[in-house]
Design a protein around this ligand. Structure first.
Ligand SMILES: *Cc1c(COP(=O)(O)O)cnc(C)c1O
Length: 460
């Protein structure tokens, strides 16, 4: 067969669409996509013939090529990955892993109708922003609570509600930028408020605040400098002293806490990460934090505090643009039930944080036993430092253990690339010239697939 003959042998699309193989593809992928795939396959075939590659079985080639096209087209871009970085709240890898009871509740609420905006007592229209409020108030010991899209939205809403066209007093040491361009000064502008900076980068005194609070002040804001630390000659104002000044002057006092920590992390040797309850006890009127950092749940901006202030927030029309879906309420309520009933060990974030290093090492030893001989020879257990992540205590690590994977003759870059291209992809960490898989962030049920992946790396 020469080129011209081959071109003449390309079947007409009408004929291709009537092949039984095409009908089989259509049953799985639908007519629309299959036609697109076959059109692409014919184009590929023409290119091949043009280049002088004459396929033996044109029909098979077209169907196979269309099948591959369809699989590629329908592959979701958001894929599950195995996190071997040892960073527990990894913003690039989707932050908190959800608890099983939360996932079950999401399925229950999402698979039917629900009373999102329906008042079951009165039998008529209700309000969505009452959901999770009672449980949050109980758990955090506050009067009221509300949820928006994320913590950035929460801060925007708080500033806009109390200080649009007015002033917000913030310490210079807290004018932070969090990854993904969340900058306090920018948010302030978008919220329509004027920023009044007090103190200096390293030191802010109570009198700095006292001098700055005036008739134009709509809000005093404290921001937890999540992702960086100023050390050395520093001073910041204690929240409880600032709370009394604000109360005296009749100005609302809000704090952006960032991570939403609920436990004393000192037991892990982690210092300086305040709890939400510390802020509540200090008398801060409004506190906001992320739902998917240390709180360990879904994305959300949680605002808790005084009822009088939350009522004002609820009356702000901006809330309509920042509101959350039924699934967020469902997940949040179940998360709070886990906390309230002491089922913290079912929340993956805390389970990962508290797993003893000895357990991690035991898991790695077991894992090594399941590998091929070739793989075992190129792997080693090493002690590492895991991280909380999500901007929490950036400079402090948690003792951890990792599997160092060193297949002979493979550069670190191509090793990482191979792991990333697997299904599911594996993301590791390169430390001191070694590729590490930190087991603190790899759950038990990822291990059987990881075993195949590691074995395959040594067969390359
Ligand atoms: C993470 C963080 C934010 C942003 O929260 P999102 O939920 O990602 O919008 C804002 N402020 C602080 C202090 C943070 O740590």
């Amino acid at each position: 067969m020469n080129k011209n003959e081959a071109f003449r042998n390309i079947p007409k699309m009408d004929a291709v669409l009537n092949w039984p193989e095409t009908k089989t593809l259509e049953a799985e992928f639908g007519r629309f996509l299959v036609k697109e795939a076959l059109t692409d396959a014919v184009k590929q075939l023409r290119n091949e013939i043009q280049r002088g590659n004459l396929p033996e079985d044109i029909r098979k080639m077209l169907i196979d090529s269309a099948g591959n096209f369809l699989i590629r087209q329908l592959e979701p871009s958001l894929k599950r990955v195995i996190n071997g970085t040892g960073i527990i709240i990894h913003t690039n890898l989707g932050r908190a892993v959800l608890a099983q009871p939360v996932l079950s509740h999401l399925t229950e609420i999402g698979s039917g109708y629900n009373c999102l905006e329906y008042d079951l007592d009165r039998g008529g229209r209700g309000h969505r922003d009452i959901h999770a409020e009672r449980l949050m108030a109980k758990f955090f010991g506050v009067e009221s609570a509300c949820v928006v899209n994320n913590n950035a939205a929460a801060v925007l809403l708080i500033i806009n509600t109390f200080a649009a066209g007015r002033e917000v007093v913030v310490s210079r040491g807290e004018l932070i930028e969090i990854g993904g361009s969340f900058r306090i000064p920018e948010i302030m502008k978008k919220a329509g408020a004027k920023l009044v900076e007090v103190g200096t980068t390293n030191k802010t005194h109570l009198r700095d605040y006292e001098n700055a609070i005036g008739p134009e002040t709509g809000l005093v804001l404290k921001v937890h400098p999540s992702n960086y630390r100023i050390s050395g000659f520093t001073e910041s104002v204690d929240a409880s002293r600032l709370a009394s000044i604000c109360a005296e002057r009749g100005v609302p006092f809000a704090e952006d806490m960032g991570s939403g920590n609920v436990y004393d992390l000192n037991i892990l040797g982690i210092q300086g990460e305040p709890r939400v309850s510390d802020s509540v006890n200090s008398g801060v009127n409004l506190i906001s934090f992320s739902g998917d950092k240390l709180f360990g749940g879904v994305q959300g901006g949680i605002i808790i505090g005084r009822k009088k202030l939350l009522d004002k927030i609820r009356a702000n029309h901006l809330l309509r643009a920042l509101r959350v879906d039924k699934l967020v309420y469902a997940a949040l309520e179940q998360q709070l039930i886990l906390y309230l009933t002491g089922r913290v060990d079912e929340i993956p974030t805390w389970r990962m944080l508290f797993e003893p290093v000895s357990e991690l090492k035991k898991r790695i030893s077991e894992f090594l036993k399941s590998l091929t001989k070739k793989a075992v020879n190129g792997c080693e257990i090493v002690e590492t430092q895991a991280k909380i992540g999500g901007g929490t205590t950036p400079e402090q690590g948690i003792a951890s253990a990792a599997l160092a994977v060193s297949p002979p003759g493979l550069s670190l870059d191509s090793l990482s690339e191979h792991f990333r291209s697997m299904t599911p992809p594996v993301i590791g960490r390169i430390h001191e010239n070694r590729f590490l898989l930190d087991f603190r962030t790899i759950p038990e049920n990822d291990l059987s697939i990881l075993k195949h992946h590691v074995n395959r790396i040594f067969e390359l």
